[in-house]
Design a protein. Structure first.
Lengths: 152, 152
DNA sequence: ACAATATAGTTGCGAAAGCAACCATAGGGG
DNA sequence: CCCCTATGGTTGCTTTCGCAACTATATTGT
């Protein structure tokens, strides 16, 4: 029987678990809007930041494969949360916009984010919250940079 | 067209992207051992910490559903990385142990973890690495506690 | 001792996501 | 102008994962 005692904990173990539990949390809280957790990030990107993005741009901003973007947009459209218009300058591009239905629920959607952040950072000082954001986005930048150095 | 300018970034956006890219990284680096990224965490938990755990214990430690544990263990067994023995005190329990084949690749597996940590924390001071670990595991504890307060 | 409940593990199902192959359109070079 | 390559989007396939339902064994209360 193997027993190595305490190892230095790796980042990815915590990140994986936080990710999965957060997805479950989001899923539970948006079910009533008939949105799945897979569509959530796309809708909120369009709603809280800017819409009129192409699917390619959405994929890039969210770091999600463009195949998923296509499928998520289709589901959001079917539920009436987004619509798209062709780009008059490039017939290949679909520009995605939020509908009035999305705007109607904007505040409620925002609350889901806020509540999740609150749960995750319970007991954090405001400074710790800022440090967390900083470190997380630096890690993300690091792995994005690593991937592009590998030609991805 | 909606355009809200800069919002305070949420933790989950970074965590999701880091998670997915890390999974891709792990997948690429363990493919040659015929292990999928879905089995990786189970194998390393057994190998780097302690084996002889039941599937229930594995699920709890890794915060992964027990159905996944059952499937991952089955795949790892099929590839010869683990075997199991019944618990003589409780005929329901399967205790999972690593094989010599796992031990043979232990150092290489460990290297995959180390390299990923190195990529993610590139440019971090040793203190920042420690802070990151601390904050991540506190976030994990927070959401675990939240869930148990909800009766999960 | 036996019925009721709890625990460990398995299986079926559906959602999410990446990859590869593909189609359509755009843009450049001969 | 036409071929060649690049870009944007779609579809098929596979893996991962959570949930719910199920089976089998253990435990508890009467």
């Amino acid at each position: 029987m193997v027993n190595k005692g305490q190892h230095k904990k790796s980042f990815i173990k915590a990140i994986s678990a936080i990710y999965r539990y957060s997805q479950i949390y989001i899923g539970e809280n948006i079910k009533k809007y008939h949105i799945g957790k897979g569509q959530w990030s796309f809708l909120t990107q369009l709603l809280f930041k800017a819409d009129g993005l192409t699917q390619e741009e959405l994929s890039e901003k969210l770091h999600i494969d463009k195949a998923n973007t296509a499928r998520a947009v289709k589901k959001l459209e079917a539920e009436g949360y987004v619509y798209w218009e062709g780009d008059p300058r490039d017939a290949r591009k679909k520009r995605i916009y939020v509908t009035g239905k999305s705007l109607e629920f904007e505040e409620e959607f925002h609350q889901v984010f806020k509540n999740l952040n609150k749960i995750l950072s319970k007991g954090f000082t405001e400074e710790e919250r800022e440090i967390t954001r900083n470190l997380l986005f630096r890690m993300l930048d690091n792995i994005v940079e690593y991937r592009s150095s590998q030609g991805k």
